[in-house]
Design a protein around this ligand. Structure first.
Ligand code: URP
Ligand code: ZN
Ligand code: ZN
Length: 454
């Protein structure tokens, strides 16, 4: 074997147990109580540490053209940061250009990712923006190529109309794909934005005030109702609000295949951040909500009505955030997160707020299952050796200087974490070691995924 990690505690979504784990040719080839008799090139004693599957961040925006600029992390910088936070697979939301067949979006972004050189494996979702001239039919071509998930934006100038969203949902059933939705009510938020602007209310607080709880909750319900009417599966991205949690929980209780993702920023912050002097740095859509929403999200995380944690990593440089210092409409929407997602959730586990198996389920096993990444997301013989060695006794304080993104600030500045990854392996290759990125540009491969079972 190439490497054996010995004496660690293996964490799966259902249990934690002491074992040795062997890796060969990038795969997990053995897990056993005692592999001391097995020949290997390297043996690492990880007593006192946890051995976890690498996380999957199913929601990032790398080199994402948005808000008059492009997000700060390209495929290399974003995946370097991911590796250093124990995330070994990222999904990028690649937006269809007007008139582009969806498979062409995939090919274009695959080529861009290759040119920029991802440091860990990645997969793509395609954000659908244009269904004119029969482009709906090109969903099948993208699925055949290995991309079986698409995003619908109910907001932004590139979002689609309700009828198109409905057609996409219908098509997803034929193609075995999963539709991910950004649910906010565009008409109402535009109305509120214009009203506040007319009154000269333009501080970052009004980003939240123009997209308050009901603007998301109403759209969550509407999107879920359409999926229910078609009996189509639906995945709600970046769920942020109490009413949305209720809608998801109710639909699931009724037996519908509705999935929900939330992000650390909605679990950690409330809308109070928009009152801060640096409030513009927290501007993302949907915005962080009030304390009852935050509590509802934690409740859903604990009882299993949230399936995945992802980050919506979409950072912009400070100078770009500053464009909207005095006018929230000019702030590019999005924040960083890819490097802190797993440490944040694991720290919560370490503090007893959730279990370690639940953290692994939310951050690795569930995204692998929902988005059909058969080779990822769990520690089992035959799976890719995407592995994190985690020290539950390491204290870590987030500072811009110890992050590995290309962005020049982080909304997580000063966050104290209890426990931290000390090593990350991507297909058996060490890519992060005790604070340092040791991987290589271009190591990451694009994952081609099968359609979902119909
Ligand atoms: O503010 C955000 N979330 N920016 C990225 C685009 C999106 O809506 O996911
Ligand atoms: Zn979104
Ligand atoms: Zn997003």
């Amino acid at each position: 074997m190439d490497l054996i990690l010995c004496n660690g505690i293996i964490v799966t979504p259902t249990e934690m147990y002491r074992a040795d784990l062997g890796i060969e040719n990038g795969k997990i080839v053995a897990i056993g109580a005692d592999l001391s008799g097995v020949l290997c090139s390297e043996r690492l004693d990880v007593a006192g540490k946890l051995i976890l599957p690498g996380a999957i961040d199913a929601h990032t925006h790398l080199s994402f053209p948005f808000g008059g600029t492009v997000s700060a992390d390209d495929f290399f910088a974003g995946t370097r940061a991911a590796a250093c936070g124990g995330t070994t697979t990222v999904f990028d939301y690649s937006s269809q250009a007007p008139g582009e067949r969806l498979v062409e979006t995939v090919r274009r972004r695959e080529a861009q990712a290759k040119a920029e050189g991802a440091a860990v494996d990645f997969a793509l979702h395609v954000g659908i923006t244009d269904l004119s001239n029969g482009l709906l039919d090109s969903m099948q071509e993208a699925v055949d190529y290995g991309v079986s998930s698409f995003k619908i934006y109910m907001v932004y100038d590139f979002g689609v109309k309700d009828g198109d969203f409905y057609r996409v949902l219908q098509k997803s059933k034929e193609t075995g794909s999963l539709i991910c939705v950004h649910a906010e009510n565009k008409e109402i938020l535009t109305e509120l934005t214009n009203r506040f602007a007319a009154e000269g209310k333009l501080s970052p607080w009004y980003h939240y005030a123009s997209r308050p709880e009901f603007v998301a909750g109403e759209a969550d319900r509407r999107a879920i109702d359409w999926a229910k009417s078609l009996n189509a599966p639906l995945y709600i991205v970046h769920l942020s609000d109490l009413e949305g949690v209720r809608a998801v929980t109710q639909a699931r209780d009724e037996g519908f295949e509705i999935y929900a993702e939330t992000c650390p920023q909605y679990l950690h912050f409330t809308c109070d951040v928009f009152k801060r002097e640096d409030g513009r740095n927290f501007v993302c859509s949907p915005p962080m909500k009030d304390q009852p929403s935050r509590e509802a999200l934690w409740g859903a995380v604990r009882r299993g009505d949230i399936d995945t944690i992802a980050t919506d990593h979409c950072p912009f440089q400070q100078a770009e955030k500053d464009w909207g210092k005095d006018d929230f409409r000019k702030i590019p929407n999005g924040c960083s997160g890819v490097e802190i997602m797993y440490p944040y959730m694991l720290s919560k586990a370490n503090l007893g707020e959730i279990t370690f198996p639940r953290a692994v389920e939310l951050c690795a096993a569930n995204p692998a299952r929902i988005f059909v990444c058969a080779e990822k997301g769990s520690l089992a013989v035959g799976k890719d050796a995407d592995i994190v060695v985690y020290d539950p006794n390491r204290e870590f304080i987030v500072h811009q200087e110890n992050m590995h993104s290309d962005c020049d600030h982080t909304i997580w500045e000063g966050l104290r974490l209890h426990g931290y990854p000390v090593r990350t392996y991507s297909r058996g290759r060490l890519v992060y070691d005790n604070g340092a990125f040791v991987g290589e540009r271009g190591w990451g491969k694009m994952l081609k995924r099968l359609p979902r079972k119909r």
